[in-house]
Design a protein around this ligand. Sequence first.
Ligand code: PMP
Length: 299
Amino acid sequence: MLQKFNPLNKDLQIWVKDRLYHRSEAKVSVFDSVVQGGDAVWEGLRIYKGGIFVLDRHLDRLMSSAKAMHFQNVPTREEITAAVKETLKANNMTDGVHVRLTLTRGEKITSGMDPRLNQMGCTLIIVPEYKAPVYDNEHGIKIITSSIRRNSPAHLDSKIHHNNLINNILAKIESNVAGADAALMLDAYGFASELNGTNIFMSKKGILYTPFADACLPGITRGLILEIAKEEGMEIYEKNLSLTELYSADEVFCTGTMGELTPIKSIDDRLIENENGIKTMPQLIKAFEAKIPEYSVRI
Ligand code: PMP
């Protein structure tokens, strides 16, 4: 499931700091904090039918990540929103688009770790691309358990959506080597945390479960599913989930802006077999799709 270059993206206009550039000219300084230390926070957004989906929630998470990282001179929500809209308009984009929004601590006056060397304000990068959901949501994906553990708040709080993605990338390499589509990362205690780039859910006899957001990213899609399930009158719990519980679940699926809701067909070669025949995913997907217009901000 390796993404391919989409020719529709060949002449993208990309926002860097305070203006748009053609993709061939869009660059950050070698003194930028993202180059020096992966010192940046980010969001992935989706554009559906002329609207930016759950923009407010993405801005909440971006702002709280920037605050936790003690960024200074952070652009306001209004400034970021205006830049996202201007970028989409410049590209004439209204649907089928994914936006990678990155906010770095900014350019440094000299190389070094110290944030006091950042005296030029943050760098805002907005990369919009035509991109369909990245997983095979019809047939599902195959995953393996990674030997790389997801950070606990004792090490690096997973509630900061930062650009130090090395642990997730190492997990993804393990899944590539194993010929799988994604890697399941456990927490420090051996409970499931999340996949390398998405959150995980399971159902058993019609009851839904997802890990506590202690070591996983509190995904926006994860939050929506928790809300939607309750609105639909379904039973849903956050809970420590062991691998055995996942192997013998009726349904397992992952959630994220990149892939939306994706069924997981096997974990470590254990097939996910729905012996009860009770399915929650179709109802959740229908309710999720129904939320899109209501939860989107017009471009
Ligand atoms: N987990 C990780 C590690 C991620 O990088 C992402 C995507 N940003 C997610 C989960 C899914 O989060 P969201 O639903 O907000 O896209």
